[in-house]
Write a protein that binds this ligand. Structure first.
Ligand code: AMP
Length: 277
């Protein structure tokens, strides 16, 4: 059974009990609508011999005014059942009021890393994410915190804030879990129409094509422009970005090491992905 706690006080009490018994703790921050990607992060905590705490909190401060906060899937009972089956020890499911007390005025801003990619396309997103992740880390004070490489920029931002704020936690990046057709698992995939679901794997396919062409010496600008045109031709809407950047600094990359990053819409569903060159 996976116990549910809803207050920071109860979270701390459970963790203090484990600590008193000499146990280690891993935190897996999520927004719920759990899938195999999230569960792989649970496994990463369990495989380190930790008590695993999964937070489920759809964080309003990381959504822009015209984004999908209201439509974001919420299915706590099903999520907790999945966590129980997987062997997670605790679900932390706070209310918005528990996380943001009246008058909450402090934000965590990671400069530079958040100017590009999703930071440019979603103003305020990373400030909201960095703030809630900092709060969760300080609430739980875990030994490890697990993050998916699927949200690569987020992982870099979290690594930086932990370093800059001297938060004593080991940040673990975990590989992207995909459908058999290459589509990266995402809670937002639930909102794709059947027709859009059929098109969605093209995003990863085009990215792989870019990575292969560039690795083989192709001209990056041309290869990227061709891929954008093919995505639009296949039915993708707005492409926020399809770019090659340095994996850690996220600066635009001409040379290696580099990763291909993409964010594109199908209907009102925004898909993101990234892969190495
Ligand atoms: P979210 O609930 O979308 O905020 O994601 C919570 C955590 O799960 C983040 O660290 C994500 O990077 C990670 N995650 C989401 N999708 C995947 C995936 N397909 N593979 C691996 N990790 C993922």
């Amino acid at each position: 059974m996976t116990e549910i706690v809803r207050t920071v006080a109860d979270l701390r009490a459970r963790i203090a009990g484990w600590r008193a018994g000499g146990e280690k703790v891993a935190l897996v921050p999520t927004m719920g609508a759990l899938h195999a990607g999230h569960l792989s992060l649970v496994d990463a905590g369990l495989s380190r011999g930790c008590r695993v705490v999964v937070s489920i909190f759809v964080n309003p401060t990381q959504f822009g005014p015209n984004e999908d906060l209201a439509k974001y899937p919420r299915q706590e009972a099903a999520d907790v059942a999945l966590l129980a089956e997987r062997g997670a020890h605790l679900a932390f499911c706070p209310s918005v009021g528990e996380m943001y007390a009246q008058g909450s005025a402090t934000r965590v801003d990671v400069k530079g890393l958040t100017d590009c990619l999703c930071g440019a396309a979603r103003p305020g997103h990373f400030s909201g994410m960095a703030t809630v992740v900092t709060k969760l880390l300080l609430q739980a004070l875990p030994d490890f915190a697990m993050f998916g490489e699927k949200d690569w920029q987020q992982l870099q931002v979290v690594r930086r804030l932990v370093r800059d704020l001297d938060i004593p936690v080991d940040i673990v990046g975990c590989p992207t879990i995909r459908e058999a057709d290459g589509l990266a698992l995402s809670s937002r995939n639930l909102r794709l129409s059947a027709a859009d679901r059929a098109i969605a794997p093209l995003l990863n396919r085009e990215m792989r094509r870019v990575a292969e062409a560039v690795a083989a010496g192709g001209d990056a600008a041309t290869v990227l422009a061709d891929a954008r045109a093919r995505l639009t031709g296949a039915g993708f809407g707005r492409i926020d970005y399809l770019e090659m950047r340095h994996p850690e600094t996220l600066e635009l990359a001409g040379a290696r090491p580099a990763r291909v990053f993409a964010a594109a819409y199908l209907g009102d569903v925004r898909l993101i992905d990234n892969i190495p060159v």
